[in-house]
Design a protein around this ligand. Structure first.
Ligand code: NAD
Length: 517
C-alpha cells in the first residue's frame, strides 16, 4: 500500500491492507463475505471489511431494539449531553477523518474536511434540539379537558447511505435520531465502509464510556442483501434511505409493504438559469463549482444550465476557459480541484452520457474524454475531464436531460423567456435543487412563488450545491420528498401522540352525543 494511504489509515487505527470487522452491535464482529475498499485515485486495495450474515443482521437489529428500550427513557437533555461528547470526540479527528473521506471516496481533501465538519455542526444543532423538541397544548372543545401533542421516541431508525457523502448523511440522521431517543443502525455504502467504521468507533467509545448500550449507534456493513434484510425487518421503525432513484423505489415500496416509515433522499438533476442581468462575476465561479465539485457526484450537482439567448455565447466562452483551469489529479494534494470518479462503473456512465450526446448530433464544448494523470501512482485511478455538452435537442423529456448521470457532465441549452426556463427546470422527474441568477426582484418573485421552481431547494444567486444544515434539506418528486437536517426535519424521527386528558368528573361526549344511562 502507498505510504500516504498507510499514514491516513493508521491515524484511525485501521490496519492498512488488512481485515477489519464491519459489524458493531455493542461488540465488533461480522463473519459474512468481506467487502473490499478500493482507493478511487490509485486503484489500490485499502482494506477488507467483514459483513453481516443474514443471522447477524437479525441479531444486530434485535440488539438495536433492546438498546432503544433503555435509551428512550433517558431525558432528552441528557441525551443531548451524550451528543455533545460525540461532537467533541469527532472534532478532535476532523483532519484524520477528512483525509479518510478523500482517500476512500475520492473527493478533494477540503471537501472531505467540510463533510466531517458537517457532522460536528449537526451534533451542535442536535444538542440544542435536545432541549427544544417541544410538543403542543391545544384548546379542547370540552370544558376541563386538554389536548397535548407529545413527541415520543420512535424506535429503531436504519440509515442506508450512499457513497458520495460517506460521513455527513449518517451524521444528519444520527444526531437527530439520537436526540429524539431512538437507536440508530447504519448500513453504509459497500464502497465506503472504512469511513463508517472510523466514525462508528468514535461514537461507540463515547457511548461505552457513559455506560450506554453501544447498539444505540450500531453498524452493519454489507451490500444489497444486507440492505434488503434491514429494509424488510419489522424491528426497524423508520428507514432513512439516501441513494439512487432506482434503489429508492425498491426500498420505498418494501417499507410501505409492511407500513413502516421511510425517509427518501434520492437522485437530483439540478438546473441553473442565467438571466441577462445576472451578476456574472459570481454566477460563473459558482456554476463551475456546482457542476465540477466532488467530480459531479453530489446529489445537488448542477447538471443542466439554461442560458438566456442574449448572454449565452459570451457565458459559454468564459465557462470553457474556466473549465480549462480546473486542476485534475490526486484529491489529497492541495490545489487539486477535481479528483477521480468513485468507481469504474461511474466512468462507464460518464462515457455513455457523452456518446449519447454525440450520437444524437450534439456538441461537446469542453472535456468529453478520460484523463491520464502524469504521476505513475495515479495510473489506475478513475479520472475524467469535466465536460460541457450542448445536446442537439433541448427537450427535457429526452434521457440526456431527464436522467441523472452521476459525473461532471453539464448540459447546456438556451431560452428566451424566464417562464420557458422555469418550465424546463420543472419538466424532469427529479426535484432536488435549482438556482436562478438575476438581480431583478420580479424574476425572484416568480422563481420562488407558486408558479416557480418545484424543487426542494430553490436558490437565487447561489449555486445548486452546498446546502447548510440549518434549513431542512431534501427534494420533491422522484427525489423522494424527504427532509433531513434542520428545519422541522426532527419531527419525522419521533412518533406523535395526541393525548386528550379529562381533568373533571364529567364525561361530555364529542358532537354533543348523549347516552343517558
Ligand atoms: P445506490 O442507490 O446505489 O446505493 C445506496 C445504498 O443502497 C447503498 O448503501 C446500497 O448498498 C444500498 N442498496 C442497494 N440495493 C439495495 C436494496 N435492494 N435494498 C436496500 N438497500 C440497497 O446509490 P449510490 O450510487 O451509493 O449513491 C449515488 C446516488 O445517491 C445518486 O443518485 C445521488 O443523487 C443520491 N444521493 C442523494 C442524496 C440526497 O440527499 N438526495 C444525497 C446523496 C446521494
Amino acid at each position: 500500500l502507498s505510504s500516504r494511504a498507510s499514514t491516513i489509515l493508521s491515524a484511525l487505527r485501521i490496519p492498512a491492507g488488512g481485515d477489519v470487522p464491519g459489524v458493531y452491535d455493542g461488540q465488533w464482529g461480522g463473519t459474512g463475505e468481506p467487502l473490499v475498499s478500493l482507493c478511487p485515485s490509485t486503484g489500490e486495495t485499502l482494506a477488507r471489511v467483514t459483513t453481516a450474515t443474514p443471522q447477524e443482521v437479525q441479531t444486530a437489529l434485535e440488539k438495536s431494539r433492546q438498546a432503544y428500550v433503555s435509551f428512550r427513557t433517558m431525558p432528552a437533555p441528557r441525551r443531548g449531553e451524550i451528543i455533545r461528547q460525540i461532537r467533541e470526540a469527532l472534532s478532535t479527528k476532523i483532519d484524520a477523518l477528512g483525509a479518510l473521506v478523500s482517500l476512500e471516496m475520492g473527493k478533494i481533501k477540503t471537501e472531505g474536511l467540510g463533510e466531517v465538519q458537517e457532522i460536528v455542526d449537526i451534533c451542535d444543532y442536535a444538542v440544542g434540539l435536545s432541549r427544544m423538541m417541544n410538543g403542543s397544548v391545544i384548546s379542547s372543545e370540552r370544558p376541563g379537558h386538554s389536548i397535548l401533542e407529545v413527541p415520543n421516541p420512535l424506535g429503531v431508525v436504519a440509515v442506508l447511505s450512499a457513497f458520495n457523502f460517506p460521513v455527513a448523511v449518517y451524521g444528519w440522521n444520527l444526531a437527530l435520531s439520537m436526540a429524539a431517543g431512538n437507536a440508530t443502525v447504519w448500513k453504509p455504502s459497500p464502497s465506503t465502509p472504512l469511513c463508517a467504521i472510523a466514525v462508528t468507533r468514535i461514537v461507540a467509545e463515547v457511548l461505552e464510556k457513559n455506560g450506554i448500550n453501544g447498539a444505540v449507534a450500531g453498524l452493519i456493513c454489507g451490500g444489497k442483501d444486507v440492505g434488503e434484510g434491514i429494509v424488510k425487518s419489522p424491528d426497524v421503525d423508520m428507514v432513512s434511505f439516501t441513494g439512487s432513484e432506482a434503489v429508492g423505489k425498491i426500498v420505498g415500496k418494501a417499507v410501505q409493504d409492511r407500513f413502516g416509515k421511510s425517509l427518501l433522499e434520492l437522485g437530483g438533476n439540478n438546473a441553473a438559469i442565467v438571466m441577462p442581468d445576472a451578476p456574472m462575476h459570481i454566477a460563473l465561479p459558482s456554476i463551475l463549482f456546482s457542476a465540477v465539485g466532488t467530480a459531479g457526484q453530489r446529489c445537488t450537482t448542477t447538471r443542466r444550465l439554461y442560458l438566456h439567448r442574449s448572454i449565452a455565447p459570451s457565458f459559454i466562452e468564459r465557462l470553457q476557459r474556466a473549465y480549462e483551469t480546473v486542476k485534475i489529479g490526486d484529491p489529497l494534494v492541495a490545489g487539486t480541484l477535481l479528483g477521480p470518479l468513485h468507481t469504474q462503473t461511474a466512468v462507464q456512465n460518464y462515457q455513455a452520457a457523452i456518446s449519447a450526446v454525440r450520437s444524437a448530433g450534439g456538441e461537446i464544448l469542453a472535456g468529453g474524454t478520460l484523463h491520464t494523470p502524469a504521476s505513475a501512482e495515479l495510473q489506475n485511478g478513475n479520472y475524467v475531464l469535466p465536460t460541457i455538452a450542448v445536446p442537439a435537442s433541448s427537450d427535457p423529456k429526452q434521457d440526456i436531460w431527464s436522467k441523472e448521470t452521476f459525473a461532471p457532465v453539464l448540459n447546456v441549452a438556451v431560452f428566451d423567456e424566464l417562464e420557458e426556463a422555469i418550465a424546463m427546470n420543472n419538466a424532469v422527474p427529479q426535484g432536488l435543487s435549482s438556482s436562478l441568477w438575476t438581480r431583478d426582484v420580479r424574476n425572484v418573485g416568480k422563481w420562488i412563488g407558486p408558479a416557480g421552481s418545484d424543487t426542494g431547494i430553490v436558490n437565487v444567486n447561489a449555486g445548486t450545491s452546498g446546502a447548510e444544515i440549518g434549513a431542512a434539506f431534501g427534494g420533491n418528486k422522484s427525489t423522494g420528498w424527504g427532509r433531513e437536517s434542520g428545519g422541522d426535519a426532527w419531527k419525522q424521527y419521533v412518533r406523535w401522540s395526541a393525548c386528550t386528558i379529562n381533568f373533571t368528573d364529567e364525561a361530555p361526549l364529542a358532537q354533543g352525543v348523549s347516552f343517558d344511562l
